[in-house]
Design a protein around this ligand. Structure first.
Ligand SMILES: [Cu+2]
Length: 458
């Protein structure tokens, strides 16, 4: 958590006729919430590894300036990607307004091709919807267009180009939008902490910098706000805080987002607050492409709780997918033979893939290991869409700093059984079959695998 909040600007009268000065942010740390200093008050959100765009008030209109441009995004320590985004980052800054606010957004295009911005989920005049060719001419390179509308309904929204979408979203152009309710809303509870992030994905070959924009499904970097574990900041809360997490999906597949240790309810979508009678407890919620989900819970269990996409390949970083399964394959003697031809050759996979985190395998420059992240008990063996909800008794209200690892009370950590292991009793019954087959049709078959570690090599 960095200390450098960007204050909402106050500008002289003469400057009001001009464009608002664009605010650029190039750091990838989670910025502290931007407490509003004008307009109706609200409790601001915290954007994971991101920030909120300051605005200026111009005769009652909230004015923002977004600059579409090429950016360098640190996706994890040691790994930078050449993306497109807004105001120095991908995703762009979060825009926060209040229900009923009149909003004017200047969009300057510093990309080599035309663009536009669609305000996903908003009620607005058709000509402000941002679909290039359909509701407006595209914003040509070097030009600035102005969008203006009233943020009519409170909720969780996002923005993204609606011009050459395939390239521009594959390059990282997107951002979050939150409209806070103007009064106490019957279906929107006040919360102590309010986090938001977007689900996105990239295909960047290890050792290179630019995403392959033609990739349709086989992405190798599954990210939250264009960050991958261990580059994603933890969500740090105080015991008994009421917590809201807003998530939007602008990747090419669905993500079942799973929280450990607590149950949550989905309190809203991009369609608005979910009626109370339609909420039920969950520990995983699937977020389909183009959808947003708002989850809420009381963080009443102390500890470091994993929070991740439940598709196991989405908690991995760059890896080749054309690798055969080697579990049970006997490599003995093979490594030596291949090693004579290729000195760096390593045999792996016959015991599973955990070896990946233990081997000192040389990586190309500018890449992240497939699974990594040192925890207090060893490697977490994760990558991609993974973070940690840190619930602490002594985390102060308004303090979002990382409290470090949880110190488990004595006797509350799973431990090794020191006694001898008896041979398990194996059940010998034939099993119950609802429809027994004919006796002479029973042809015994067997699949033979070599048990890992059964040869002398390891
Ligand atoms: Cu996923």
């Amino acid at each position: 958590m960095a200390g450098g909040a960007v204050a909402a600007g106050t500008v002289g009268r003469a400057a009001m006729a001009a464009l608002p000065e664009p605010v650029i942010q190039t750091r990838a740390e989670t910025m502290p919430p931007l407490v509003p200093d004008s307009g109706r008050p609200y409790r601001p959100v915290v954007t994971l590894n991101g920030w909120t765009l300051p605005w200026r008030m111009n005769q009652g209109v909230k004015e923002f300036h977004l600059v579409a441009e090429a950016v360098v995004r640190e996706m994890a320590p040691g790994f930078k990607a050449h993306l497109w985004g807004y105001n120095g980052q991908s995703p762009g800054p979060t825009i926060e307004v209040v229900e009923g606010d009149r909003v004017r957004i200047f969009v300057s295009n510093r990309l080599p091709e035309h663009t536009s911005i669609h305000w996903h989920g908003q009620r607005l005049p058709n000509g402000m919807d941002g679909v290039a060719g359909l509701t407006q001419p595209a914003i040509r390179p070097g030009k600035t267009h102005v969008y203006e509308f009233v943020a009519r309904r409170p909720g969780t929204f996002m923005y993204h180009p609606h011009a050459d979408e395939m390239s521009q979203m594959a390059m990282g152009m997107m951002g979050f939008w939150v409209t806070h309710p103007k009064d106490r809303h019957p279906a929107i509870e006040p919360v102590d902490r309010d986090f938001c992030f977007l689900l996105n994905a990239y295909d960047i070959e290890p050792g290179s910098y630019t995403p392959k924009i033609m990739t349709m499904l086989d992405f190798n970097l599954w990210s939250w706000n264009s960050r991958v574990f261990p580059g994603i900041d933890s969500l740090n809360v105080r015991v008994n805080d009421k917590v809201r997490i807003r998530i939007g999906n602008l990747s090419m597949t669905n993500h079942p987002i799973h929280l450990h240790g607590h149950e949550f309810v989905v309190t809203g979508t991009d369609g608005g607050p979910t009626p109370r009678a339609a909420r039920w407890p969950e520990v995983t919620t699937d977020i389909a492409v183009g959808q947003m989900r708002q989850i809420e819970f009381v963080a009443d269990e102390e500890g470091d709780w994993a929070f991740h996409c439940h598709k196991s390949h989405h908690t991995m970083n760059a890896m080749g997918h054309n690798v055969p399964t080697l579990i049970g394959v006997d490599h003995s003697g093979l490594a030596k033979k291949i090693g004579d031809l290729i000195p760096d050759y390593m045999v792996m996979g016959e015991r599973g893939m955990a070896d990946m985190t233990e081997m000192e395998m040389p990586l190309p420059d500018n890449s992240v290991p497939m699974m990594t992240g040192e925890g207090p008990f060893g490697s977490v063996e994760m990558g991609g869409m993974f973070s940690v909800l840190k619930v602490r008794r002594d985390q102060q209200p308004g303090d979002y700093r990382d409290p470090g690892w949880y110190r488990h009370p004595q006797g509350t950590v799973a431990y090794e059984y020191p006694g001898p292991l008896a041979e398990p009793a194996r059940f010998e019954g034939a099993g119950g079959q609802a429809m027994p087959r004919q006796r002479d049709a029973l042809m015994p078959t067997e699949v033979r695998v070599r048990k890992p570690g059964a040869h002398g090599g390891r």
